[in-house]
Design a binder for this molecule. Structure first.
Ligand SMILES: [Zn+2]
Ligand SMILES: [Zn+2]
Ligand SMILES: [Zn+2]
Length: 301
């Protein structure tokens, strides 16, 4: 995380330029105006610093900096939105974080809350929030070894746009995890388009051996970008020949690769693209900077 004297991206009015993380420490002095947001049919009122909204969201930039009536009164009405979900969005604006505890209900992951948050972040053009929601879903699926429920797939296919990378993440979770029993035996109906997408994905040539890593040659060019072998933990010195999985970003030294050869699928833990490949596969970075810590092969060949 970068806290420091980071200048704000200059023209707020141009969508696609707010690529940097908002720093509360250096930018409090610019927090001069509040915007009033009325959410839901009962017009629940939220007071939010305008600079936070316009920094992150081209939607709010247009609404609050333009020549519309809203920009003069600094009010925005969102009658179709859910105040509880908008509240999560406001908490994120002020903290740049999602509280993982919020996404559990009765000890189970509340994916539906995250899906609704993603849908809201999409409508409000909050790219960074969408990416963090992707991370939260990935972490939750990993920690609790769970996937979405049939009713979650309805939100995914009815509330969220067709080309959202969130759909790719969910399909990967079902494809790479052991979900055959769950799919076959769950008493509720999965969304038919979800089942179609999953079937097409599983039948696509080249993904037949889904549990395998997709290994490609990789060499660390310096100590800064090197990694340890995920099998034997030996740190790879710069220039060392190794292989990395383009999906999950796991790295294997030559010795482990040779020993692994011949073993079924080189099963050193199955491939989980949402662990190492989430930025490349499921994030969007049209308005925000790519996450360097998760980019695969940076500095590699
Ligand atoms: Zn992999
Ligand atoms: Zn090794
Ligand atoms: Zn990213």
């Amino acid at each position: 995380m970068t806290l420091g004297f980071m200048p704000l991206p200059p023209p707020y009015s141009q969508a696609g330029t707010s690529s940097q993380r908002f720093s509360l420490v250096t930018n409090f002095k610019t927090f001069t105006t509040m915007a009033e947001i009325f959410v839901g049919p009962k017009e629940t009122r939220f007071l939010v610093h305008r600079e936070l909204l316009t920094h992150h969201s081209p939607f709010f930039t247009a609404a609050l900096n333009g020549s519309f009536a809203e920009s003069i009164s600094q009010t925005v009405k969102l009658p179709a939105e859910n105040p509880a979900i908008f509240e999560l969005c406001v908490a994120w604006l002020y903290t740049s974080q999602l509280d993982p505890l919020v996404f559990f209900k009765d000890g189970k992951p509340a994916y539906y809350t995250l899906l609704n948050l993603y849908a809201l972040a999409d409508r409000l053009a909050l790219e960074a929030l969408r990416n963090q929601t992707i991370d939260q879903i990935s972490d939750l699926a990993e920690q609790t070894n769970s996937v979405l429920t049939p009713s979650d797939t309805r939100i995914l296919y009815e509330e969220i746009r067709d080309n959202a990378p969130l759909r790719a993440l969910v399909i990967d979770l079902f494809a790479f995890k052991k979900t055959d029993k769950l799919l076959a035996e769950h008493p509720d109906d999965w969304h038919p388009l979800f089942l179609r997408d999953l079937a097409v994905y599983l039948k696509r040539p080249g993904t037949a051996a889904l549990l395998r890593h997709s290994l490609q040659p990789w060499r660390p060019v310096s100590w800064q970008v090197t990694k340890a072998c995920d099998e034997c933990s030996r740190v790879l010195e710069p220039g060392a020949r190794a292989s990395a999985c383009v999906s999950c970003a796991k790295v294997y030294c030559l010795r482990c690769l040779q020993r692994g050869e011949g073993r079924a699928g080189f099963e050193t833990g199955t491939c989980r693209p949402w662990k190492g490949g989430r930025c490349r596969l499921y994030h969007e970075h049209r308005e925000t900077e790519a996450c360097q810590d998760l980019v695969m092969g940076r500095g590699g060949e």
